[in-house]
Ligand binder design. Structure first.
Ligand SMILES: C[S@@+](CC[C@H](N)C(=O)[O-])C[C@H]1O[C@@H](n2cnc3c(N)ncnc32)[C@H](O)[C@@H]1O
Length: 198
């Protein structure tokens, strides 16, 4: 199910109006947590709904081969400028995640406040795509937004919902499920790393 054009326009407008409360201006602390679990460079990493993608620059500087996808053209342009200024290379695609396909599966997907930005009716298809975009045994490093309120975006990604979207017959779950990361909005994200079953 493609996103409707209003969704794309709304996100682009947020960037144009500077209403980007989620933007840290640098890599999230969740990345350090993820890096401790990631395979070594030059593993291939996908960052869906990457926004200005500071994590992409950080991973590229460490030798990872990174792909970022986002449909907000301003964010993509800003990200390309960030990469160029640091003389870093990454594959940046301006596209709706539901119109894009991976040429080959990735070793790692770093999912940071992407699920919460999508409409909940898109979540099951998005979860299927994440599964398809990873190698068997690949890692999904997730930072799932916790708003504890109705409506969105950002939508509340309750642990129970995440468990339904990423079921144990398809994903290996860690024992610890309560690790949180502070978000610039004052909210918290649940940091969970899942492994795609073989
Ligand atoms: C809350 S921002 C998070 C950006 C980035 N992950 C971060 O943490 O800074 C959500 C991002 O999702 C993008 N987005 C939302 N729906 C999308 C879709 N269907 N396809 C591609 N990008 C999408 C928006 O353009 C926006 O950049």
């Amino acid at each position: 199910m493609l996103s409707d054009s209003n969704q794309q326009d709304r996100w682009e407008k947020r960037y144009l109006d500077g209403k980007t409360g989620w933007d840290r201006g640098g890599p999230s602390p969740a990345l350090e947590f993820g890096l401790a679990r990631m395979p070594c460079p030059p593993a291939r990493v996908l960052i869906p709904a990457c926004g200005r993608g500071y994590e992409i620059a950080e991973l590229a500087s460490r030798g990872y081969r990174v792909t970022g996808v986002d449909f907000a053209q301003s964010a993509v342009t800003d990200l390309q400028e960030i990469l160029q200024a640091q003389q870093l290379k990454a594959d940046i695609v301006a596209s709706d995640l539901f119109a894009w396909e991976a040429e080959k599966p990735f070793d790692v997907i770093y999912e940071q406040t992407a699920l919460c930005a999508l409409e909940p009716q898109q979540w099951p298809e998005y979860a299927e795509r994440l599964y398809r975009w990873l190698h068997p045994g690949g890692l999904l490093i997730g930072a799932f937004m916790q708003t504890h309120r109705a409506g969105g975006p950002p939508w509340h990604c309750a642990l129970e919902t995440v468990e339904e979207l990423f079921p144990v017959d398809k994903w290996d779950w860690p024992e610890q499920k309560d690790r949180t990361i502070a978000h610039p909005s004052g909210l918290k994200e649940l940091a969970i790393t899942l492994k795609r079953c073989k």
